[in-house]
Design a protein around this ligand. Structure first.
Ligand code: NDP
Length: 471
């Protein structure tokens, strides 16, 4: 059998799906997995694809089965497993062989690994779309030297999702750029999901709508501006019935959300960058809060549950939809400005329009709106998305609805961390003169930090300076 065009290590959920996708697209692929029985089972179950897949039992055989210069995808859990795998693989490879970490690495690790690789070819690529995406077309965000991306882009573009004929795979920049973009994608994903769950809360707790009615609302929204994978699956989740009890699935699912950490990485990085992403931060905080079930139950015992019930006349589904549209635009605006800040900080020149384009299909946040975002960023990538005429118009049409919903949440005790943070972001971003002059005054009073005067001059002090010193 002729040698494989590419190799893949790690036949777990994602690796197996990606390997099948690669074979399905006509490429010959060699595979290796730490546990050999998994490799054998994968090959045995590969059906018509088996001819294009070379299963191997040792790393030496695996390496020997791939055409040179080799390209090897590593799809193992992020962290130590990647370092261990690279350490075992490198000695078996030639200087021109390429290692591609396709897991969810922290981009700082990818920066470190790229640096440690020196002149040895290395790429870190973010792959989004879960198992189904990996199998039938993920969104791929590449990082590392462009020459190495170019070497494998024909494979990655072919296996990626496509949006109206354009592949959802692109090179983002050097070193950890691809994994950084993937992390922000996940941060935005957290916020999108939280915004939807808050809208669900208004329907369930505020308006006492049952799961079937809620599913119908989500289905309707999926025909409009909010059309997206997450709205679509929210409708399906709301419509599903638990086979064991016959109750709506949502009624039997515990209200504590899990997380693997990429949202948290985004928030930590935003703090390092000084990039304001309050909606995304609120979404990560909301997941942390959700896991404190006992404490929340104790709180309800002590303070009593908030009234929550909203008069049906106080809000209609159009208002709730418009509030969600505003929240979504504002959270993406935050995500893209964070990417722009990182691009400058790390000297990456991240291609913002391209990022919106590769997110249009294949990934969890795929949505109709991303196409409009790609257009807006193509017009001017340096401007906050809020100020792109298309999105300015949408915000003009929707910010009043966001305010109505957040106000109802406040008066009725329905927690809306993401919607209210997005509203605060909007209000802050439309306030030319904010209140940080007071903070500067306070800082100068207790710490003589100085301030800038509006009529000119930096390092100025207030009349309290002498008093503070003498006191
Ligand atoms: P799985 O747990 O399903 O599979 C892990 C794979 O890695 C297995 O093949 C396992 O081999 C192998 N492995 C584990 N530890 C080591 C090690 N120390 N050395 C060598 N091989 C090892 O994970 P996933 O496929 O879900 O995830 C893989 C990567 O993809 C992760 O970085 C994840 O964050 C990322 N990812 C996952 C997504 C998802 O939806 N699941 C979406 C996007 C990215 P063995 O059979 O021997 O245990």
């Amino acid at each position: 059998m002729s040698k494989s065009e590419i190799g893949l290590i790690g036949l777990g959920t994602m690796g197996a799906a990606l390997a099948s996708n690669i074979a399905d697209n006509g490429f010959r692929i060699a595979v290796w997995n730490r546990t050999t029985s998994v490799t054998q089972a994968f090959h045995r179950d590969a059906g018509t694809l088996a001819d294009r897949i070379t299963p191997t039992e040792t790393l030496e055989d695996f390496v020997a089965a791939i055409e040179t210069p080799r390209a090897i995808i590593v799809m193992v859990p992020a962290g130590d497993a990647v370092d261990e795998q690279i350490a075992r693989l490198r000695p078996l490879l030639g200087d021109d062989d390429l290692i591609i970490d396709a897991g969810n690495a922290n981009f700082h690790d990818t920066n470190r690994r790229a640096e440690a690789s020196g002149d040895l070819p290395y790429l870190g690529i973010g792959v989004s779309g879960g198992e189904e995406g990996a199998r039938f077309g993920p969104s791929i965000m590449g990082g590392g030297r462009k020459v190495y991306w170019d070497r494998v882009s024909h494979v990655l573009e072919k296996i990626a999702a496509d949006y109206e004929g354009e592949p959802c795979a692109a090179w983002m920049g050097e070193a950890g750029a691809g994994h950084f973009v993937k992390a922000v994608h996940n941060g935005i994903e957290y916020c999108d999901m939280q915004l939807i769950s808050e809208a669900y809360g208004v329907m369930r707790d505020g308006l006492a709508m049952d799961a079937t009615e809620i599913a119908t609302v989500f289905d309707g929204w999926n025909d409009g501006v909010l059309k997206s994978y997450l709205i679509e699956i929210s409708g399906k989740v709301a419509a599903a019935t638990d086979p064991a009890t016959g109750k709506p699935m949502l009624e039997v699912i515990v209200d504590a959300a899990g997380q693997k950490g990429t949202g948290r990485w985004t928030v930590i990085e935003a703090q390092h960058l000084g990039a304001p992403i309050p909606g995304i931060e609120a979404a990560v905080v909301a997941r942390n809060l959700s896991s404190r079930r006992d404490e929340r139950a104790r709180g309800e015992e002590i303070f009593g549950a908030a009234p929550r019930r909203i008069d049906r006349d106080a809000i209609d589904m159009d208002t709730l939809e418009r509030a969600l549209i505003a929240g979504k635009i504002l959270s993406y605006a935050q995500g893209f400005t964070m990417i722009a800040a990182a691009s400058e900080q790390f000297g990456w020149k991240l291609p913002l329009p391209e990022i919106a384009r590769v997110w249009r299909e294949g990934c969890i946040i795929r949505s109709a709106m991303l196409n409009d975002m790609a257009d807006a960023l193509t017009e001017d990538a340096s401007r906050n998305l809020m100020f792109a005429p298309y999105f300015t118009r949408h915000l003009e049409d929707t910010h009043d609805a966001l305010r109505t919903v957040v106000a109802l949440g406040a008066t009725h005790g329905i927690a809306m961390p993401a919607l209210s943070s997005c509203l605060a972001y909007f209000d802050a971003m439309r306030t030319a003169r904010g209140t940080a002059n007071m903070i500067q005054g306070q800082r100068d009073f207790f710490g003589a930090h100085g301030f800038e005067r509006i009529d000119g001059g930096t390092g100025q002090h207030g009349p309290w300076a002498m008093k503070a010193q003498s006191g």
